[in-house]
Design a protein around this ligand. Structure first.
Ligand code: HEC
Length: 165
């Protein structure tokens, strides 16, 4: 009976992990397609779209059981600074001590926390790179006066998707 319960527990918690990863995937996909469509018009327009739509898309892909979002220690939106439980894992990724595609940690409240690194791609450098167009950057600064999300190179970790469940 005990073994059965343990197996049952493990199966449900893996199933939830799978669901969290799927929510993160559809969140990432939706963000990228919005971004790409907006960039066709102009990078300034894409900043508007990120500003308005990123939080909306985040809420749409969260539910009562599984909350998801994005964080970075060099964050643009002040709401996207990592929570305490995330910091140790983020540092381990940044120091190359973890290479796994995602990491799950147990939280104090009995829930699970999941972190999945987001790589910087060439497209991202328009707004997160070392050489941002000054006019575009003034648009960004107007919306995000405390912006820290610059100076990245392609291939570096820009931030993390997170889930709590
Ligand atoms: C058109 C400019 C633009 C481009 C291109 C862009 N971003 Fe962003 N990025 C933003 C803005 C604006 C925000 C703040 C969104 C918000 O308010 O939630 C942001 C926020 C983020 C965040 C959340 C953490 C934070 O700093 O607030 C991550 C992670 C991120 N971007 C990754 C990427 C990645 C990866 C790419 C390339 C696929 C990319 N961005 C391309 C403008 C851009």
């Amino acid at each position: 009976m005990k073994t059965l319960l343990i197996i049952l527990f493990m199966t449900t918690s893996f199933a939830t992990e799978e669901k969290a990863l799927q929510q993160i995937k559809s969140y990432g996909k939706a963000l990228k397609s919005e971004l790409k469509a907006a960039m066709k018009k102009s990078p300034e327009h894409a900043v508007e779209v990120c500003n308005l739509k990123a939080p909306q898309i985040q809420n749409k892909n969260s539910n009562e059981n599984i909350k998801i979002g994005r964080v970075s220690t060099k964050n643009r939106n002040p709401n996207n600074f990592p929570k305490k439980w995330m910091l140790e894992t983020i540092q381990a990724y940044q120091q190359n001590k973890i290479q796994k595609p995602f990491t799950v940690v147990s939280l104090e409240n009995g829930k699970q926390g999941l972190l999945k690194p987001i790589k910087t791609m060439p497209l991202c450098l328009n707004c997160h790179g070392t050489n941002i167009d000054p006019k575009l950057y003034s648009t960004i600064k107007k919306k995000y006066p405390n912006d820290k999300a610059v100076g990245y190179k392609a291939g570096q970790i820009r931030g993390f998707f997170w889930a709590e469940y």
